[in-house]
Design a protein around this ligand. Structure first.
Ligand code: SF4
Length: 254
C-alpha cells in the first residue's frame, strides 16, 4: 500500500518503498522543497526531459521554487533542438543555462583533423563526448547539491538499476531520476495530455535525439536508442556511466 508520509517536510531522502510508488510530481516536489536553489536539472530536451520541465513549471507555480536548468550545448545539437530550447523558455518562463564545451576540445579537434582529416566525433567519439558533455558538467553542477535527470530504466542495460534518488559519487551530489520507473508510453501520455512542446524530429523517426553527427532515425520496431552512435559499440555519452580510463588518459594530454 502506498505510504502517505509527506516527505516534502524533510530533507531526509525518502525510503525506497515511497520513492518507487511516488509519482514523478511527488518526487519533484520533494526535490524542490528539499534542495531549493541547490537543485539543478540537465536537459537535452528529449521527450522525457520535456515532460519533466512541464511538471517543474507547474510545481514552480505551486511552491514558488524555480530550479536551475541547463543544457549541454555541444555545438552539434540539431537546429530543431535549439529552437525547442527557446520555445520552452518562452512557454514556461524558464531561463536555461547553455553550457559550452571544455576548452580541451579545441586542441583535440585540431589533432584529429591534422592526423586523420576528420572531426573528433568520427575518430574518437568517447573523447568528443568527454570534452563536449562530461567535462563541462562538473563546473555546471559544482554549486549544487542535487541534479535531476530524465533517464528511464528501460532505455538501456546500464540504466536498468538506476535509483530514483541516490548518491552520484562521480560528481559528489545527489542524483534524482523521477522517471526511472516510467515507461515510454507513460511519458508520451503525459505529453499529449498536457500539450507539452517536444522536438519535431520525434515525428521523423528519431525517438532519441542527441548530437546530429551521432544520431540517426530508426525504423519501426527498432530499439529507441539504436540510432545513437549507430554501428558502434558506444551506447552512452558518459554522463550516466563511468568514463573509461583510456578516455581519461587521452583527455589528460590536451
Ligand atoms: Fe561528439 Fe557525437 Fe558525443 Fe556529440 S554525441 S559530443 S558529436 S561524439
Amino acid at each position: 500500500m502506498k505510504q502517505t508520509t509527506d516527505y516534502t517536510q524533510t530533507a531526509t531522502i525518502p525510503p525506497t518503498e515511497w520513492l518507487e510508488s511516488a509519482t514523478p510530481q511527488e518526487i519533484l516536489r520533494w526535490a524542490l522543497t528539499t534542495y531549493g536553489d541547490k537543485l539543478t536539472m540537465a536537459t537535452a530536451f528529449g521527450a522525457e526531459g520535456c515532460a519533466l520541465l512541464d511538471m517543474l513549471a507547474r510545481l514552480r507555480d505551486e511552491t514558488g521554487i524555480t530550479p536551475d536548468i541547463f543544457n549541454l550545448e555541444t555545438g552539434y545539437q540539431f537546429p530543431q533542438t535549439l529552437a525547442l530550447c527557446k520555445k520552452i523558455e518562452e512557454r514556461y518562463g524558464f531561463s536555461i543555462r547553455r553550457i559550452r564545451p571544455d576548452e580541451g576540445i579545441v586542441a583535440a579537434e585540431e589533432q584529429s583533423k591534422a592526423e586523420h582529416g576528420k572531426p573528433l566525433y568520427k575518430t574518437d567519439p568517447n573523447l568528443c563526448c568527454y570534452f563536449r558533455k562530461v567535462a563541462p558538467l562538473g563546473p555546471a553542477i559544482e554549486n549544487f547539491d542535487a541534479w535531476i535527470t530524465a533517464i528511464r530504466r528501460d532505455q538501456t542495460a546500464s540504466r536498468a538499476n538506476a535509483a530514483i534518488v541516490g548518491p552520484d559519487d562521480k560528481f559528489d551530489l545527489t542524483k534524482i531520476n523521477p522517471l526511472a520507473n516510467w515507461t515510454k508510453d507513460q511519458v508520451w501520455a503525459y505529453i499529449k495530455e498536457n500539450d507539452v512542446p517536444t522536438n519535431p524530429l520525434h515525428d521523423q523517426g528519431f525517438p532519441s535525439i542527441g548530437c546530429w553527427p551521432c544520431t540517426r532515425p530508426v525504423a519501426a520496431g527498432q530499439d529507441d536508442r539504436s540510432g545513437r552512435w549507430a554501428g558502434t559499440e558506444k551506447k552512452e555519452c558518459g554522463l550516466h556511466i563511468e568514463v573509461n580510463s583510456a578516455t581519461l588518459t587521452r583527455a589528460s594530454n590536451f
